[in-house]
Design a binder for this molecule. Structure first.
Ligand code: PMP
Length: 351
């Protein structure tokens, strides 16, 4: 080992799902939305001029912040935007998880949490999910340096009722509790109403899933003005210009088109429920997902074998090599036509 290597920050990075070049695949591996973004977005993108690219963007991202605040009935000072919710969550870890006590998150969850904890040298404790993969609020009541969990959880899709979310927030008034609501718009209850009562709560959303804009990289945190101020202090000590102007415009236009948002999320929910029924008929079982994905395992066939077979047929789903869930596949809900092709393929394998 060369001497300088001793001084390198060594980390094990997060491994994102594949983004293959092949246009002919049915891509159900990264929970993207199968529909295009709102037509308002395309129109706005066509109007972007040289000046808007030549200049630095507004470091406060006001255009987007205003649109988000208006949509959710919050103050602008309660919104912190970033380059996808990954960027926002990473900033939250850096800003709020400075205690010597461990932060808590579920053992089966979004695997980036552990990566950020390691990156920032934050001590952590993973809380095992219950027998049916549920988050158990009582596990989150011990002394800790902060809490984060997704609701619905990923990759299980299971939703924790608002009362239980509130119990966790309420019994942890000394630390920051982050509820990562990346998949909330597909049919569960947001923790946003709790913001009025709890200044230790942050709710994080993304444009990547329900607003069909993973490519624009937009996420945001909502919380008490004091928390948002602390986040901004850290952000402005790191990178002033996070979101580019095209993303600011695209995000603002997308959030204004609520009719389209409701239409595509409704379609995905319907396709999800239909897919669940079809998967059951094929012998799969799964937690009752409220996300835009289903996390399923088969009574007779190994997940890994199904994964390989589907891939050969140009259908990509996600398989995690992790104890307790390595016999599960996470399948994003695509269009009805994509799910038909996927289910036909599954039926051929199982036959
Ligand atoms: N949280 C959860 C639970 C996720 O599954 C994802 C998507 N991989 C993210 C956050 C990050 O999404 P994005 O950075 O695209 O907003």
């Amino acid at each position: 080992m060369t001497v300088w290597e001793k001084y390198v920050r060594k980390v094990t990075p997060y491994v994102p799902g594949e983004q293959p070049d092949n246009k002919n695949i049915v891509k159900l591996n990264t929970n993207e939305n199968p529909y295009p973004p709102s037509p308002f977005v395309k129109k706005a993108m066509e109007g972007i001029n040289d000046e808007q690219l030549r200049l630095y963007p507004d470091p406060k991202a006001s255009l987007l912040v205003k649109a988000i605040a208006k949509h959710y009935g919050l103050k602008e000072e309660q919104i912190f935007p970033g380059v996808g919710s990954d960027d926002v969550l990473a900033m939250c870890f850096l800003t709020f998880f400075q205690s010597e006590k461990p932060i808590f998150f579920p053992d089966i969850t979004y695997s980036f949490y552990e990566v950020w904890a390691n990156l920032y040298r934050i001590p952590y404790e993973k809380k095992p999910l219950g027998e049916n993969f549920q988050i158990c609020p009582k596990d989150y009541l011990g002394e800790n340096g902060g809490i984060i969990f997704p609701n619905p959880n990923a990759p299980t899709g299971l939703f924790l009722p608002l009362k239980e979310v509130e119990e966790i927030v309420e019994k942890n008034r000394d630390v920051i509790v982050i509820v990562d609501e990346a998949y909330i718009d597909f049919g569960s209850q947001t923790a946003l109403p709790l913001l009025e009562r709890y200044d230790n709560l942050l709710v994080v959303h993304t444009f990547s899933k329900s607003r069909a804009m993973a490519g624009a990289r937009i996420g945001f945190a909502m919380g008490d003005t004091k928390l948002i101020q602390y986040l901004n202090d850290v952000k402005f000590s790191f990178n002033s210009y996070t979101l580019g102007l095209p993303s600011l415009i695209a995000g603002a236009r997308a959030i204004e088109d609520n009719g389209y948002f409701l239409e595509i999320t409704e379609k995905i929910k319907n396709t999800r429920e239909w897919t669940k029924r079809e998967l059951r008929k094929l012998g799969f079982s799964f937690p009752d997902s409220m996300g835009n994905f289903v996390f399923a395992s088969h009574e007779k066939y190994r997940a890994e074998d199904i994964f390989v077979y589907l891939k050969e047929k140009n259908i990509y789903v996600r398989h995690f090599q992790q104890p307790r869930v390595d016999n599960y596949l996470r399948m994003t809900i695509g269009t009805k036509e994509q799910m038909e092709r996927f289910l036909d393929c599954l039926a051929q394998f199982i036959r």
